[in-house]
Design a protein around this ligand. Structure first.
Ligand SMILES: Nc1ncnc2c1ncn2[C@@H]1O[C@H](COP(=O)(O)OP(=O)(O)OP(=O)(O)O)[C@@H](O)[C@H]1O
Ligand SMILES: [Mg+2]
Length: 511
């Protein structure tokens, strides 16, 4: 840790003229990036701009074709992940592999445990240092505890401690809050503050402007693999950043078109689940976009999963156009005209190893399977239509979906479900991980589908999105439909009050 201090105010880590190409794609085209001690630098750019590629270059997963990486002004290379670690560069990943049978300390130091002079693992030093790291991030965990006895939140802290166990000077976070609950997000912000105070240089990648403005000190914008600018957060507005990022101004983020609300399409009556939700009753009309707002854990996704046949309700009935439909499997749901685009599209969506176009057409093969070469052409046309409407950025539709950037993979999964031509579409956090420019494309598509007479349910935790896109909003709290808002009652305040239960308290006070 006590290496020579960096030249005053110079960047801890800098990248210059970095080029990285993949077959058919120039992912990075001469970019620069500087990270400073005790400061958070936000790296901002559209889906496919090259952000995650930078992370992979800094953690030894990829090598640059051209350009220079410097630490404290000295040129370095990161041929392996270990080399990056030795230089003090670490990334906090969501998918860190942990081992249930090992202790907290062993999990933190696996692969680089402190050794005694005889070369044996120094268990005491390992426990002590694990304790120090855990304390430094405010985690009250026993280093000797077995991992299998810990809950999810504690495991997350162990993963973070593991990332920091290499005496990191540079900490990288690539969309760290995408999979976290409100409470965990607040804890992550605290952690970032702690790391800043410890003098670490932090690279923070996010599509959420509110959090960028909340925690970043500096910004760097990439567009199409090129550096377009950098500066201090204090000197820039959101509109300016969006303009740099997208290359145009994005003012109409919610292009909701008025649609004619038609006849009832889906009626859900008295849906119950033993543990997740109770007495869910509502009617969804053709042409309607129905928003579902609530805190994480309120049961919104669970209700949607049971409508899609992933889980079974213990009670209740579901009607489509007045006809009772029994939906026990997702195949029956698709058959009934209901599709659900899950929030966790990585795990539940993309089939890695298959080309993009087949990922789109997989569930709608029945529509395109007319035999022979016709079918391939049709498949391709279908995939092209849907992916274009969602603003997909890909070199070609023949490409393996695994080679797309995170946000672009998500667009393919959305396209896949929409291509089945459902009557009812349930979208769970439809624009999570999708850049601000492409969000408009997703919203536009939703609006178009509603105008065509489909019915849309949108589960979203983003209030502007809920208010901007919905004809009507349900708020769920603790597994129940807590409130319904339409028209002028659809305000941020009303939504939040209903979500946290303040509305009920007020009623109680009045009574
Ligand atoms: N191994 C690879 N093979 C081919 N192309 C790749 C590979 N890895 C990345 N790319 C391409 O490089 C470009 C940059 O991708 P990258 O993942 O860095 O984007 P990103 O800025 O992280 O986007 P997102 O916001 O969607 O996560 C994309 O066009 C992507 O398809
Ligand atoms: Mg990415």
């Amino acid at each position: 840790m006590q290496a020579d201090p960096p030249a005053a105010a110079g960047p801890v880590l800098s990248l210059d003229g970095i080029v990285k190409t993949f077959p058919g794609v120039r992912a990075l085209d001469g970019v620069r990036l500087q990270l400073h001690a005790g400061q958070v630098t936000a790296l901002i750019g559209e889906n496919g701009a090259g952000k995650s590629t930078i992370v992979k270059l800094l953690t030894g997963i990829y090598q640059p074709d051209e350009g220079q990486i410097r630490v404290d002004g000295r040129p370095v290379t990161f041929p392996t992940a270990q080399a990056a670690g030795r230089a003090g560069v670490t990334a906090i990943h969501q998918e860190t592999v942990l081992f249930d049978e090992l202790t907290v300390a062993e999990n933190i130091f696996i692969g680089h445990a402190p050794r005694t002079r005889l070369g044996l693992i120094d268990r005491r030093a390992m426990r002590d240092r694990a304790g120090d790291i855990l304390r430094s991030i405010g985690a009250d965990l026993d280093p000797a505890a077995r991992l299998r006895d810990l809950g999810i939140a504690s495991r997350h802290l162990v993963a973070i401690a593991r990332a920091l166990s290499i005496d990191a000077r540079v900490v990288i976070m690539d969309e760290p809050t995408a999979a976290l609950s409100h409470k965990e997000i607040a804890e992550l912000y605290d952690l970032v503050e702690t790391l800043k105070a410890q003098g670490k240089a932090i690279l923070f990648i996010s599509h959420k402007f509110d959090e960028i403005f909340r925690i970043a000190d500096r910004w760097t914008v990439f567009r199409d693999g090129q550096f377009v600018g950098e500066g201090m957060m204090a000197d820039v507005t959101e509109a300016e950043l969006v303009n740099l990022m997208v290359g145009r101004s994005v003012d109409q983020i919610f292009p909701k078109r008025p649609a004619r609300i038609g006849a009832p399409l889906l009626t859900v009556a008295g849906y119950c689940h033993p543990t997740e939700f109770e007495d869910i009753t509502f009617t969804l009309h053709a042409g309607e976009i129905l928003g579902f707002y609530g805190l994480v854990g309120a049961g919104r996704s669970e209700v949607m999963q049971s409508l899609f046949g992933i889980t079974q309700p213990s009670k209740g009935a579901c009607r489509i156009e007045g006809q009772v439909r029994v939906v026990r499997t997702t195949a029956q749901a698709v058959e009934a005209g209901i599709v659900y685009v899950p929030e966790d599209r990585g795990r539940q969506g993309a089939v890695k190893g298959l080309p993009i176009f087949q990922n789109v057409t997989l569930p709608s093969l029945a529509r395109t399977s007319r035999a022979g070469f016709l079918r391939l052409a049709e498949e391709f046309a279908l995939a092209r239509d849907y992916t274009q409407r969602l603003d997909l950025r890909a070199a070609s539709l023949d490409q393996d979906i695994a080679l797309l950037s995170g946000g672009n993979q998500q667009k393919v999964v959305i396209a896949k479900w929409l291509a089945t031509k459902p009557r009812v579409i349930i979208l769970d956090e439809p624009t999570k991980g999708i850049d601000i420019g492409s969000k408009a494309a997703v919203h536009d598509f939703m609006s178009e589908l509603a105008a065509e007479g489909l019915a849309v349910i949108m589960v979203s935790s983003e209030i502007p999105e809920v208010l901007g896109m919905s004809d009507r909003v349900f708020v769920m709290r603790e597994g129940r439909l807590a409130a319904e808002f339409t028209g002028t009652a659809m305000t941020p305040e009303n939504l939040v009050r209903a979500a946290v239960g303040l509305d009920r308290q007020r009623e109680g006070e009045a009574a």
